[in-house]
Design a protein around this ligand. Structure first.
Ligand SMILES: Cc1cc2nc3c(=O)[nH]c(=O)nc-3n(C[C@H](O)[C@H](O)[C@H](O)COP(=O)(O)OP(=O)(O)OC[C@H]3O[C@@H](n4cnc5c(N)ncnc54)[C@H](O)[C@@H]3O)c2cc1C
Length: 451
């Protein structure tokens, strides 16, 4: 990069903000900046908006049978409910169409620079940014990273895998159950993608197995015909004559039954202490013998997987549904403090040391995400608009304020739960911060969210 053309760019865009990513997070960040009158550019490496929900977006973890695990009643953007014509749990095609409709209705898609992967974003001594994409560098006053959290597969090494004669690949490379036809398939990992893909294998593989490192509960998608999230988060009531136990574990164990009979270990934690596995089918396939539960893998040997209980199975294909690492490869990652492979951020949004560096979407919770992503983006627009004493006060909070975003809830100690928050506590804290700086609520702007 020659000094001359860097200089050229410096003069052209000192007051603009750079948004990286045109998935749901980047789109709501753009909507909030526009609302605050802050000029911005959005870079997207793919040729269209939609984030992971477009399987054409290289590296997307979406598979043909993928559906939302939050329902259409709760999952929409603020002020833009999902169509009533959608099923309770929309498929990826519905979601992709919905995100694109939202972007078009808001005129955001026209603001995106497509096919523009940000290769590098360099912090400048004055706190501004030099952002390079397609070999071109531009200068920005602040950077909002919204690149998503499911693009960098976590690929654990399995003991003996060098001598394994079968194939091993990460779930992000999986798309269609035809890939399992005629094979003995082992799914490693029981997150939501893992159990979904295991159900595909149960349907189409020669033989199917799923390896669990620990016992989990499976949460049905409907309770008394009402979607789980509406029932549990928005005051669902059982039909007359039904009395439900207060304790969620008791309720789930009552509804689903004893999973240890299916060869799964007794859950070693309460249901709300890990991200819910929202799936009705896996228990069905286990109870029909279409898939077998296995404990953790001890080692691989030739064509066999040997499990910690000493049993072994001949396997042709191992699918590692072992999640993703949070990465920001276009940044100097030492700008962040890292915990369990996750950047530690104030409110999971603000870099505590670099005032002009923001992240949206690097958070986990048990609720639909888009309304909450926008609440995060609203605080970014607020910070970019603050000046004087208020700016100083918020800078101080970034450095010092360390609220418990979990509201005293305990979560299992896995990388996935490193940035896990209790969503009700989190929303209350964001509301407090917003009110402290006299920002209107998003409901005042987009209308009350109703299920
Ligand atoms: C199987 C599965 C099921 C899910 N179910 C639900 C659900 O039911 N409800 C829910 O609310 N959420 C669900 N999610 C969470 C999902 O992450 C969000 O729905 C949403 O897609 C996250 O949006 P995002 O914009 O943060 O990230 P992404 O959708 O990942 O979008 C990020 C965008 O950034 C772009 N990008 C990345 N790096 C660069 C770069 N260097 N330069 C330019 N562009 C870049 C990418 O191309 C992408 O378009 C699910 C996720 C998965 C994987």
């Amino acid at each position: 990069m020659t000094e001359s053309n860097v200089t050229a760019f410096k003069s052209t865009a000192p007051d603009r903000v750079c948004i990286i990513g045109a998935g749901p997070s980047g789109l709501v960040a753009a909507r909030q900046l526009r609302y605050a009158g802050i000029p911005f550019d959005i870079y997207e490496k793919h040729s269209a908006v939609g984030g992971i929900w477009d399987p054409e977006n290289e590296g997307s973890p979406i598979y043909r049978t993928c559906h939302f695990i939050s329902s259409r009643y709760t999952s929409g953007f603020n002020g833009y409910p999902m169509p009533a014509s959608f099923p309770d749990y929309p498929s990826w095609r519905h979601i992709l169409g919905y995100i694109r409709d939202f972007a078009a209705k808001e005129g955001l898609d026209k603001l995106v620079q497509f096919n523009s992967r940000v290769e590098q974003a360099e912090l400048q001594p004055d706190g501004s940014w030099l952002v390079t994409a397609n070999g071109q560098a531009r200068h920005y006053r602040a950077l909002i990273a919204a690149p998503g959290v499911t693009w960098h597969p976590n690929v654990p090494k399995l003991a003996g895998q060098d001598r394994f004669t079968g194939e091993i690949r990460h779930s992000s490379t999986y798309y269609d159950s035809a890939e399992f036809s005629g094979k003995r398939v082992l799914i490693v990992g029981a997150g939501n993608s893992g159990v979904d893909i295991a159900c595909d294998a149960a349907n189409s593989a020669e033989a199917a197995f799923i390896s669990f490192r620990r016992g989990y509960r499976f949460v049905p998608k409907h309770i008394f015909g009402v979607t789980l999230d509406v029932f549990s988060n928005y005051g669902g009531k059982p039909p007359a004559g039904f009395v439900l136990p207060e304790d969620l574990d008791q309720l789930l164990d009552g509804i689903v039954g004893d999973v240890t009979k299916l060869g799964i270990a007794k859950p070693d934690h309460k249901a709300l202490e890990s991200h819910p596995i929202v799936n009705d089918q896996i228990v069905h396939y286990l109870r029909h013998g279409d898939i077998k539960a296995k404990p953790d893998i001890a080692r691989l040997e030739g064509r066999d997987a040997i499990f910690v209980d000493g049993t072994r199975e001949a396997i042709d294909l191992i699918v590692l549904a072992t999640g993703y690492d949070y990465r920001l490869p276009f940044l100097d990652e030492s700008l962040f403090e890292w915990k369990d492979n996750h950047p530690s951020l104030y409110l999971n949004i603000f870099n505590r040391n670099v005032d002009s560096l923001y992240v949206v979407g690097f958070i986990e919770f048990a609720d639909a995400a888009y309304r909450h992503f926008e609440a995060m983006a609203q605080l970014i627009a607020m910070d970019l608009s603050l000046a004087g004493a208020q700016k100083e006060e918020f800078r101080r909070m970034k450095r010092e304020h360390r609220p418990d975003l979990r509201g005293g809830h305990k979560y299992i100690d896995t990388p996935r739960h490193a940035t896990y928050v209790d969503i009700h506590t989190y929303c209350d804290i964001l509301d407090e911060v917003r009110a402290k700086f006299s920002q209107p609520s998003l409901e005042e702007r987009y209308g009350r969210f109703a299920t």
